[in-house]
Each structure stands twice: as C-alpha cells, then as structure tokens.
Design a protein around this ligand. Sequence first.
Ligand SMILES: C[S@@+](CC[C@H](N)C(=O)[O-])C[C@H]1O[C@@H](n2cnc3c(N)ncnc32)[C@H](O)[C@@H]1O
Length: 222
Amino acid sequence: MKINDRLRQIGDLVEANSFCLDVGCDHAFLDIYLVKKNKNIKTIASDIAEGPLEQAKQNIKREQLENEIEVKLGPGLKTATKEVDTIIISGMGGRNIIGICKESPKVLKQVKTLIISPNNYQEDVKRYLCKNGFYIENEEFVKEKKFIYQIIIFKKGKKKYSKEDYFFGPIFRIKKGPLFREYFLKELKTREILIEILPKNYRLKKRQLSKEIQMIKNEIED
Ligand SMILES: C[S@@+](CC[C@H](N)C(=O)[O-])C[C@H]1O[C@@H](n2cnc3c(N)ncnc32)[C@H](O)[C@@H]1O
C-alpha cells in the first residue's frame, strides 16, 4: 500500500499507545499505516460520505485489518467513542475543521491530543483551538509535490500567543528552516499580487495586506 509523504509524516507524529479518531479518513491509508506501525495504536476511520468509506473498507480488507480498524460513517467528531484520546483531521479546509470542533465540545474535552493539517485558514484554526482549551505543542511543514502543508499538534492546556505567533506559528517561529522561508515567501508574493489587483476603494484590506507583508519581511530576515 502506498502512502504519500504528507500522510506518513502525520502518522509518524502519532504517539505510541494512542486511540485515534481519523475524521475524514477517505481511503483510510493513514489508518492502515498507523496500525501497521506496531506501536499499539488503535484507530477509528470515519467519514461523512459513503463513497470514501466503501473505498476505505476495501483497502482495509485487502490488508486483512478488519479486526484492527473500526470504520464509522458520520459527521465530524460524532463518531468518537469514549476511548478516543487523539483526533486527526487532515486535508480539509480550516473553516470546516473549526465547524467540526464547534459542534462537539464534549469530545474536545475528553481528548488529550489533536493532530490537525488544514488546507487553508491555519491561523484561524490555531486561534480557535488555543481559545478553547489547547496549546500548540509542535508544528511541522511537509512538502508534497508543489504544495507545503502545515501539521499542527495541539495538547490540552493554555499558553499566551502574540499576533505574530498565530500568524507564523509559535513553534515554526522558533524552528524556522528552508520550508518556513519558502512557505512565507509564497504568502508574501500572494499579498503583493493582491495589493496590485484590488480596486482603490479596498483601502482597509490593502492596509492590512501591507502590514502583513512588512511582518513577513521582518520575520524572514530575522
Ligand atoms: C480531501 S479528503 C482528505 C482525506 C485524508 N484525511 C487526507 O488527509 O488525505 C477529505 C475527506 O473528508 C471528508 N469530510 C468532509 N467533511 C467532513 C465532516 N464534516 N466529517 C467527516 N468527514 C468529512 C470527505 O468526505 C473526504 O473524504
């Protein structure tokens, strides 16, 4: 079974002996990888849609892991059982992820770790979860083809973050490195283009964009 670098890196961040809920498992490649690691990881592969779950079931059967991986149809965290201590949500938009978390505050209370890899609105996800009982323990970048993805590990607890911490990621700011530079240079370019093409009456938006451009320049040169 083939697994891409992004999912492998997510899988490698899961602690031994965890009981995971993989929300939006799609093909269940991640779940199969997790149980084959022999780190006593248990997982529920869940998805809101029947099509992906059928694919997941076939893949799990092919690997003869039907007794190891539970497959559940349902939205967001509604498929969690009381044993779940780790939630994984990857490959979805940040706004969808926030919506999923908002729907199930009790499940969020019961778990100790969230492994989240949003496709966008990463800053909003960090702000929401850090205002709702979690802090950021680790952040990793992974490059898959042309795209660079963020993987964020949240743990229960409270920490204070600045505007820059939320924007760049508090752990990314410490680690920096080539992917950090590449990621935020792209963010810088996007903002420069946006400022050029936005009509003149978007003054507030333009001002915000130029502040962010300056913030990125400062951080990258730091
Ligand atoms: C692009 S796939 C990502 C698959 C995998 N997690 C990954 O990172 O490659 C997104 C999956 O999330 C599922 N999904 C979207 N919204 C969901 C929700 N609210 N609850 C559960 N699954 C959801 C979709 O049906 C789809 O299978």
